[in-house]
Design a protein around this ligand. Structure first.
Ligand SMILES: Cc1ncc(COP(=O)(O)O)c(C=O)c1O
Length: 359
């Protein structure tokens, strides 16, 4: 017998990037931060009072939540701490989307959205971007299709292209449903752009912003993230739909230590940004093209003489993992996470040899 609900039976699960064991692989496939977490995390771990684990953790992760609220100049009730950004995405559907409703995304984007919609049992509609730009009338299209909730990744994944604040603000204003701006990669945006969507939170009662500690704070293994929004959006998730103890005491403590060491985190972001510029220029000199990325990865179209899947496989054989997506819009591209200078040099020299068929 198959006890699965019909929608679960019909769906495919999310395919995560490969996670090889051991440290021999140069891992540029899942957009992790190439630098370790702040030393403050190690200190917090050493100072952890193990006897405190006897008790349940603070249900709203209050101490971390206050730090997040302070940094963003919001009220703590406008902050929801979650077990990774993925938990927030799931909670948004569980809390706000009925099974007869439709959600949307501007695609290509994070494929987990489709998986979550399928698991939830609601419909999903894709609004296709041209050259990584949102359709000019996207709000009208969303409203015409009675979309309840729309996910926009900004900077976009997999391209890294940034949508300006004005466009997000216009969309929040015109769209009648909930706009979720997934800012998983926003820490890597060039600070000279002064890009800040958090200031929109108090203006719009239909806006939720997702942030994660996985990338910017080098803590993908810890599973900590947060959502920002007005209380009418945050409270139902905080007090009704999330598990009471969705994040554990160790994760709350370590995440707080990392989050409060902004100087360390910002230094890793700056290193990634300068490598991003260098790697992009080097790739271009080899005949790759990529949109200007404000994220910690590049979406590189391979030279016309090459096949992206072959290059992906050859790199893998050489011990370098990048991401290849076998979908029509992306099948001539490789998504390459920015690594340390040494990792990037290895990628570039291997690619150069592969292109010259000298490998
Ligand atoms: C666009 C996007 N949003 C959200 C996430 C969720 O990250 P996490 O669950 O690690 O916080 C990711 C992770 O890769 C992502 O790429």
């Amino acid at each position: 017998v198959n006890f699965e609900r019909p929608n679960i039976r019909a769906m495919n699960g999310y395919i995560s990037g490969e996670q090889p064991q051991g440290n021999d692989t140069i891992k540029l496939n899942t957009n992790e931060n190439p630098y370790p977490p702040s030393p403050a995390v190690n200190l917090a771990l050493q100072n952890l009072d193990i006897s405190a684990l006897r008790r349940y953790p603070p249900p709203t992760a209050s101490s971390l939540r206050n730090s997040v609220a302070n940094l963003h100049k919001l009220n703590p009730e406008q902050v929801l701490i979650t077990n990774g950004g993925d938990e927030l995405l799931r909670l948004l559907l569980a809390t706000f989307v009925s099974l007869d409703e439709t959600i949307a995304t501007a695609s290509p984007s994070y494929t987990l959205y489709d998986v979550l919609a399928a698991a939830h049992g609601c419909r999903m509609k894709h609004f296709v971007m041209q050259n990584w730009i949102l359709p000019i009338d996207i709000a009208q299209q969303l409203n015409a299709a009675s979309i309840k909730l729309c996910f926009i990744v900004n900077p976009n994944a997999p391209s890294g292209v940034l949508i300006p604040v004005e466009k997000i603000s216009q969309l929040a204003e015109e769209f009648k449903g909930i706009l979720v701006v997934d800012e998983a990669y926003v820490d890597f945006v060039n600070p000279n752009l002064a890009h800040d969507c958090v200031k929109l939170i108090n203006r719009f009662d239909n806006l939720v912003i997702l942030r994660t500690l996985s990338k910017g704070y080098s803590l993908a293994g810890l599973r900590m993230a947060y959502g920002l929004g007005q209380e009418s959006l945050i409270q139902p998730m905080q007090y009704k739909t999330k598990d009471s103890y969705n994040t554990d005491l160790i994760a709350q403590t370590l995440a707080k230590a990392a989050f409060e060491d902004q100087t360390y985190a910002q230094d890793t972001w700056q290193k990634v940004r300068s490598e991003r510029v260098r790697v992009r220029a080097e790739l271009e000199s080899m005949g790759f093209t990529s949109p200007a990325s404000e994220s910690n990865f590049l979406l590189a179209s391979v030279p016309t003489t090459e096949n992206a899947e072959d290059l992906y496989l050859q790199l893998k054989t050489a011990g370098i993992l990048v991401r290849y997506f076998k979908v029509p819009q992306l099948d001539n591209t490789l998504r390459i996470t920015i690594g340390t200078p040494e990792e990037n040099n290895c990628l570039l020299s291997t690619l150069s040899k592969l292109l010259q068929k000298k490998y």
